[in-house]
Design a protein around this ligand. Structure first.
Ligand code: ADP
Ligand code: MG
Length: 263
């Protein structure tokens, strides 16, 4: 297929079964989609739909049962170099005994990037997420929203081509969430990243995405693939009250509703 050449991430008939002695869960039935470079793709689906499972397969943390994921044409069998992942539980993803700066620096150390370059990348990433002044603080001294910014800064410093996020704002208050959403849009446009953003929040998906994939309950498949043709730049105050926003929101909502009803 020609799409494989242009896709940065290609999910090829992915299937994932969790099997233990007691039970067998087919988390992902058959997922098949491509993500083009520079796209902002949101993935929504009911709780338990297999969204986290999908992201673990994308990021090489979990081996598929059948099918495969390709990043830039190469089969994913380990965490791809060009991908950074931000998980929901920022509390658990940051090391409390390391400063903000040290947390952001960690993946760069692992990649053996020289100190001067490391310092530059860390400072630029902290500035980009509005945390330029708190590098010497510890994560536990910061609010939840700021901690999630640290996790995002760590991903940015790594200079990924693809950023994958798993319900990253589920645990922060509404105002912080709105700010973080706008931060994502800004990073996406400034850094030219390919974003794959999982959320269970329909409004968030429509606000952020250029495309929303609606997943069914497990065994998961793609129920709907919605092009979000809202004009940019998007703003919290204006985009969310556009009639087109409401239409798209309804379409995604109906998809999720069908997914739940079918379960
Ligand atoms: P989501 O992120 O959409 O809420 P998950 O990917 O976490 O969904 O889970 C999908 C299904 O797989 C659920 O039924 C869940 O209970 C099951 N599951 C997830 N992880 C495991 C695991 N490690 N072992 C067994 N079952 C699992
Ligand atoms: Mg999940």
């Amino acid at each position: 297929m020609t799409t494989q050449q242009t896709a940065v991430v290609s999910v090829d008939h992915l299937n994932k079964v969790y099997e233990s002695r007691e039970r067998r869960v087919e988390a992902i039935g058959d997922l098949h989609f491509d993500v083009r470079p520079g796209d902002f793709t949101c993935i929504v689906g009911p709780s338990g739909a297999g969204k986290t499972t999908l992201l673990k397969c994308l990021s090489g943390l979990l081996a598929p049962t059948r099918g495969m994921v390709r990043v830039n044409g190469r089969q994913v069998i380990a965490p791809p170099e060009e991908m950074a992942v931000v998980f929901q539980e920022y509390g658990r993803s940051l090391f409390p005994w390391k400063t903000v700066r040290e947390n952001v620096e960690l993946p760069l150390r692992e990649r053996k990037i020289p100190k001067t370059e490391r310092d530059q990348l860390v400072q630029r990433a902290l500035d980009a997420v509005g945390l330029g002044g708190v590098g010497t603080s510890y994560p536990w001294q910061l609010s939840g929203g700021m901690q999630q910014r640290v996790a995002i800064a760590r991903a940015v410093a790594y200079q990924p081509k693809v950023m994958v996020l798993d319900e990253p704002f589920a645990a922060v208050d509404a105002q912080t969430r709105a700010d973080l959403e706008d931060l994502m849009l800004r990073l996406w446009s400034e850094l030219g990243l390919t974003m794959i953003f999982v959320t269970h929040d329909i409004d968030e998906a429509v606000y952020l995405g250029q495309r929303v994939l609606v997943l069914s309950s497990s065994p998961t498949r793609v129920l709907d693939d919605v092009v979000i043709d809202l004009p940019g730049p998007r703003t919290q105050a204006h985009t969310r009250i556009e009639p087109r926003f409401a239409q798209l929101r309804t379409r995604v909502y109906d998809g999720i509703h069908r997914a739940k009803a079918a379960h």
